[in-house]
Design a protein around this ligand. Sequence first.
Ligand code: IPD
Ligand code: CA
Length: 286
Amino acid sequence: MNPTPHDLAALEALAVEVAREAAAFIVEQRPTELEVSTKSTHTDVVTVMDSRSQELISERLRTARPQDAFFGEEDGAERGGDPSETGLTWVVDPIDGTVNYLYGLAPYAVSVAVVEGDPAVPGEWRPVAGAVVDATSGEVFHAHLGGGSRRRGVDGTETELTGSGCTDIAQALVATGFGYDSAKRGRQARALVELLPAIRDIRRGGSAALDLCHVASGQVDGYYEMGVNAWDIAAAWLVITEAGGLLTGASGRPPSPDSVVAAGPGVHADLLALVDSVIDLVREDR
Ligand code: IPD
Ligand code: CA
C-alpha cells in the first residue's frame, strides 16, 4: 500500500459529518415497534433502521465522493457499486450494537471509515480516516492517519486520546464480544473461562467499534474478539493506533474475522499471548 496523497483531514471531517448525521437519524427515527429480520442465525438481527441508516450514509458518501467504493455491513458483505477509481473504499457499519438498539439499551454506534486497499482481504487494507459516533451519548471518536486521535464531546470540546497506560495484565479491564452462532458462542465462552483469571475483569458492551474506541480513551485497557468484520473495526482501528495503542490479529498477524486484539502498548503483548493460548478453543474445527 502506497502512502496516500489524499487530503486526510477532509476525509476525516466527512466521516465525522456523515456518521453524526446517521447517529442522530437512528436515535430520532427509532420506531417503537422495530421491523426486524435475521441474517446468519436467528439471533443475528437486522432492523429496518440498519438498512435505512446505511442508505443514508451511502447516499451522502456517493454524492460527496462518487469515485470511491463503498463496503457496508448491510450489503451482505458484498462490495457495493463500482470499483474505486481513487483506491479508497468507505467501510461502514450503519448500526454497531444492533442488539442493544433493538432492546433500546446503550451503547450503539455508527462507524464510518475510509480505507486504502481491499477491506474484504485481511492484511490487504488499512484505514486512513474515520469516525465512530456513540449514538446515545453523542460523543464522536475520530482520527486520520498521522493526525492523532480525538474524542469530541457533546459540547464540541475536543480531547486528545492517548490510550490506556496499564502495564500489568493482571490489572487490565478487557472488553470482548460474542458471535451470533450458538456453537461458536460456546467455544468463545470456553476461551473466556481460561482467560478471565489472568486479568482484572471482562466487559461486554455490545458494540465492538465502541469497545475499541474505549481502549483509545483508556476507559478499558484492552479488547479482543474472535469473529468481528472489517466494518466493526475499520474506524476504531485508526482511533486506537493514532492514540498510541496497538491492534493486531492473533500471533501479531493483521486483524481479521479470526481475531482482533487491541490494547495500550503496556499490555498488548501480554493480552496477545493470552489470546494466542486460547484461540484454538474458538476455531471451528474443534
Ligand atoms: C456486533 C457488535 C458486538 C460484537 C459482534 C458484532 P452488530 O456488531 O459489534 O459487540 O460482539 O461480534 O457482530 O451486529 O451489532 O453490527
Ligand atoms: Ca457491527
